[in-house]
Design a protein around this ligand. Structure first.
Ligand code: ATP
Ligand code: MG
Length: 384
């Protein structure tokens, strides 16, 4: 008899022939997440199991496990060799203060000779004998004793399920480049796409000395918080000062942001090439600001068409985005008051519905290739 953590996974059930690949990646992700505690992780039919942990570490281990994409829930369970005698002896000594209960038997091992509903009644009777004040309540019991009889000839008894994040295992959808500002939206966008199985690489534009060293540190901190969910990733820091100064000097002020965003996309494309990402991710939300109208997004998209741009926040209200940022722990850092490069040289009246031709005409006043090459030569890579 030993204490284990039983992990359930969801959507990867749907993956047919690729199922074993998804299961392998998820196993690796789980192992990485609990590596520091020296426990063992194995896959059994329909579940993963974490064993051989120190009780002192249990809360931290569970906290880590709930942040693994691909897992739907987990339970602390008592494991036995499957044996009627052992199980019934355990339940004959089971004491509880609950007033109502039920036993739920899940018989994954069909060679076990008694049908689930029949065995529920037998085991329920044993628990009742041990707890004379207890009453059976099938619909909404205070205590549900779940007995899982699994194919590995082990039986697990548990009472509670703790929800995990769901989604797909990180890495199974490839790699995405998240444009990470210091704001609220982009960390949420990174979280959401990582939840769909994307491994991340980050790209941050900074305008030192217009933006401070703390602004960059803030972005590093946001990236670090994200790694709880996404695993470690690289943050590419790209100098953007000269590009902004040049736009400011040569282009019509109302096109400042439009042109900045087109150049960001071109640099993002080059970073995707360099770092093996297959998609660009941003935290844009329709109509939130001038650069997030259909027309602005269209002009931004035109700047590179090699990679799809994922904008998971596009249909969300600010309040909904904030709710997620609070849940994942980025909110308090995001609201620290440091400037983003987008706030430098901000025009009074940015064009809300830019025309592509006009944007291109303004942009052609710059030596874009030279500016971009110089920025790319000066990328700084930070391991988060
Ligand atoms: P956020 O809260 O994510 O900063 P926002 O509402 O402030 O978003 P914008 O400033 O228009 O909106 O930025 C839209 C998106 O562009 C951001 O979500 C982010 O993906 C990207 N972006 C903006 N500024 C930067 C930056 N300095 N570095 C990298 N990406 C950026
Ligand atoms: Mg911003």
């Amino acid at each position: 008899m030993k204490k284990v953590i039983l992990l359930r996974f969801g959507e990867i059930y749907l993956k047919g022939k690729n199922k074993s690949y998804f299961e392998r990646v998820l196993l690796n992700n789980i192992k990485n997440k609990v590596k520091e505690y020296g426990c063992d992780v194995v896959k059994i039919s329909g579940r993963y199991l974490v064993t051989n942990f120190d009780d002192m570490d249990l809360n931290s281990i569970i906290n880590n496990l709930t942040k693994i994409f691909g897992l739907t829930s987990l339970s602390i369970a008592t494991e036995f060799d499957t044996s009627k005698e052992l199980l019934e002896k355990f339940l004959a000594n089971y004491k509880t203060d609950a007033k109502t209960f039920r036993v739920t038997v899940k018989r994954a091992d069909k060679t076990f000779s008694i049908a689930s509903n029949e065995y529920e009644k037998i085991l329920g009777g044993i628990v009742l004998d041990a707890n004379p004040n207890l009453k059976v309540c099938l619909k909404n019991p205070e205590l549900e004793l779940v007995v899982e009889i699994r194919e590995n000839k082990k039986t697990y008894i548990l009472t509670k399920s703790i929800p995990c994040c769901g989604g797909m295992p990180v890495g199974t959808s490839g790699k995405g480049l998240i444009l990470l500002s210091g704001g609220i939206d982009s960390p949420v966008a990174g979280y959401m796409m990582s939840k769909r199985g994307l491994e991340l690489v980050g790209l941050h534009f900074h305008s030192f000395p217009y933006t401070s060293a703390q602004a960059k540190e803030k972005v590093c901190k946001l990236a670090k918080i994200l790694t709880d969910y996404t695993g470690h990733f690289k943050l590419i820091c790209c100098p953007f000062t000269e590009i902004q100064e040049e736009i400011h000097k040569h282009c019509a002020p109302e096109f400042m942001i439009t042109i900045m965003r087109r150049i960001m996309m071109r640099i993002a494309k080059i970073c995707c090439d360099k770092f093996g990402a297959k998609a660009i991710i941003t935290g844009e939300s329709l109509a939130q600001v001038a650069s997030q109208t259909i027309e602005s997004i269209n002009v931004t998209n035109d700047a590179q068409t090699t990679y799809p741009v994922f904008r998971p926040c596009i249909g969300m209200d600010k309040m909904e985005i904030i709710e997620i940022s609070k849940k994942i722990g980025t909110y308090d850092t995001s609201i620290l008051p440091y400037e983003d490069c987008c706030t430098v040289f901000l025009p009074k009246n940015p064009v809300i519905k830019p025309h592509l031709d006009k944007a291109k005409r303004e942009e052609n006043k710059l030596d874009i290739e030279k500016l971009i090459n110089k920025a790319i030569e000066n990328l700084e890579i930070i391991e988060i």
